[in-house]
Design a protein around this ligand. Structure first.
Ligand code: AMP
Length: 250
């Protein structure tokens, strides 16, 4: 069974991002970019399923600029077999990505699609759900455990408010990963070398018949308000008075 995994190129999670001076978005020029952390977990899970012998091929897809090839190479170094870049310079919103992934899924016919639960740059948490709707596949979001026994169904344990919920889906299905699903392996140098030889195909949205024009207009992006400097109080009475009269929390 083939597993399709979506991997997004995002600003590295250790980099502090800055809002552009004109408030139109976030400055990304010159910043370190990496694979979205939830997508690394998705690739790791797909590779583990292949190592267990329940999956036969892991295909990774990234939609975006040509530099997404680096993200795809990183996924190949983690153990994916093949990569597809849907290349475009357009700003891609979740609906556009979901449509592109639908077109790829129509061609590739995966038994399972694994995406991250959210991209850490836009925090949308929408693409997996939209993909499930467009492809009419069942979905299990926020997976902390995936149990793929055969080619017909998958059991997924989800982290919900009250604890852990386990659902069973008919395949093909869409699953999105949560943090506790696994801990991705470190990429080794031999695997980076091997990844260079693995196939990476490039297609354009028009080749897939998908219109990726943005549907949502960003009106303004602003920095969060700066935190005021802390102060030292003389004693407990002064602290309680400030909490009561200034912070109004007691
Ligand atoms: P989002 O809905 O934007 O929070 O993204 C959720 C998940 O969808 C990500 O973790 C990825 O697995 C997938 N995804 C989003 N954007 C892209 C993209 N440009 N290329 C490939 N996969 C993506």
């Amino acid at each position: 069974m083939k597993i399709l995994v979506g991997v997004k190129r995002v600003v590295d999670s250790n980099v502090k991002v800055r809002v552009k001076a004109d408030g139109t978005g976030v400055e990304t020029a010159g910043l370190k970019m990496s694979m979205n952390p939830f997508d690394e977990i998705a690739v790791e899970e797909a590779v583990r399923l292949k190592e267990k012998g329940v999956a036969t091929e892991v295909v990774v897809v990234s939609c975006g600029v040509a530099a997404c090839q680096e993200t795809l190479r990183a996924a190949l170094a983690l153990g994916a077999d093949r990569a597809i870049l849907v290349e475009t310079g357009e700003e891609l919103q979740p609906l556009a990505v979901a449509k592109l992934l639908t077109a790829i899924a129509d061609k590739e016919k995966p038994g399972l699609v694994i995406l991250g639960k959210q991209a850490i740059d836009d925090d949308c948490n929408q693409t997996g759900q939209m993909l499930a709707a467009l492809t009419r596949m069942p979905q299990a979001t926020f997976a902390s455990r995936i149990n793929l026994a055969g080619n017909d169904a998958v059991s997924v344990t989800r982290e919900v408010d009250g604890g852990l919920e386990t659902v069973r889906l008919k395949l093909p299905a869409v699953v999105t990963t949560d943090l506790r699903l696994n801990e991705p392996r470190y990429v080794t140098l031999p695997n980076i070398m091997k990844a260079k030889k693995r196939p990476l195909e490039t297609v354009k949205p028009a080749d897939l018949g998908v219109d990726v024009a943005p549907r949502i207009n960003t009106l303004k992006v602003a920095e969060p308000p700066k935190r005021a400097a802390g102060i030292k109080v003389a004693d407990v009475a002064a602290l309680v008075s400030k909490l009561k009269n200034e912070a109004k929390v007691i």
